[in-house]
Write a protein that binds this ligand. Structure first.
Ligand SMILES: C[S@@+](CC[C@H](N)C(=O)[O-])C[C@H]1O[C@@H](n2cnc3c(N)ncnc32)[C@H](O)[C@@H]1O
Length: 275
């Protein structure tokens, strides 16, 4: 595969060498490329018109104060962005425009966001994609972390847009989706998306053996959904702790990989597997 070869060729030899414009690629199960690096650099190595579907959840410059889980704290989630909305939007704008170039003429893009960001996001998608669709509403079984003086949020938006030849598989569904959020001890990332919801989106807008992409992959949830549904995936994450956690999660997925066959240093430094 041209994309795979281009990314592997550009990869640094060790994850510790990934910084700035340099990135590290770990291939798993012959289907997943887990990339440690800045999406803005990595996307330049992916050929135009090579990706069938993009499902992503960009950083919005929101601070997360409830760092009581495995691998994250308030710094790692928005490293380099802090609560700087302008920089977060610039990152989202630039990345989504590039993502649009990567999609085939049958491709589509789903982007998670909160209600406040939905209008801005739709404007960006209208600019970079030929057709923008109706926003999907994900209703959760439980509410997310947030300001204790405000109402708790149980709804998240998924903006989506498509290229001209895209078709929704299995016919037309309504735009309200009910899926449990990831919670408790299973949670790796504070904004982690549930794999069943991602599997649903993959089933609606891609086919088996298609290449799917998440440029802001966090816990690697999309890569896991891709593996379980027989897609190829590229998942990019710049934060080392999240990247390590997603690597370990994927090692244990579907077709288990023996972590000792990876570089030992990767395994030992994974916070979620240290206990
Ligand atoms: C909202 S979270 C994604 C969570 C993910 N959907 C999941 O299910 O776990 C956004 C992620 O983007 C990462 N990120 C921020 N800027 C990035 C960049 N320039 N390149 C790659 N990843 C970046 C953050 O570290 C964070 O983990």
């Amino acid at each position: 595969m041209v994309t795979r070869d281009a990314l592997l060729k550009a990869s640094t030899k060790q994850p510790d060498e990934a910084a700035g414009t340099r990135f590290f690629v770990q291939e798993l199960h012959g289907r997943i490329l887990l990339v440690l690096g800045d999406a803005r650099s990595v996307l330049e190595y992916i050929p135009n018109y090579s990706v069938a579907l993009i499902v992503t959840d960009p950083p919005y410059g929101v601070q997360y104060k409830t760092g009581h889980r495995k691998v994250y704290n308030t710094e790692t989630i928005n490293r380099g962005l802090k609560d700087d909305d302008v920089r977060a939007r610039q990152l989202m704008h630039g990345t989504l425009w590039r993502c649009s170039d990567l999609l085939t003429s049958e491709g589509a893009m789903y982007v998670f966001c909160n209600i406040e960001e939905n209008m801005i996001l739709n404007e960006i998608l209208k600019g970079c994609m030929p057709y923008s669709g109706t926003t999907l509403f994900w209703i959760k079984n439980n509410w997310s972390a947030g300001n204790l003086k405000d109402y708790a949020k149980r709804v998240e938006c998924i903006a989506w847009a498509r290229k001209g030849k895209h078709i929704l598989r299995g016919g037309r569904d309504h735009n309200v989706l009910y899926f449990n959020r990831v919670g408790g001890k299973d949670m790796i990332h504070p904004t982690e998306k549930p794999v069943p919801l991602l599997e649903y989106l993959l089933a609606k807008s891609s086919s088996r053996d298609d290449l799917v992409l998440d440029p802001f992959s966090g816990s690697g949830s999309l890569a896991q959904a891709a593996l379980l549904t027989g897609r190829y995936a590229i998942a990019i994450e710049q934060d080392r702790a999240f990247w390590n956690a997603s690597l370990m999660r994927l090692c244990q997925s579907a077709i288990p990989v023996d972590p000792t066959t990876l570089q030992p240093e990767l395994v030992l430094s994974s916070p979620s597997f240290s206990s």
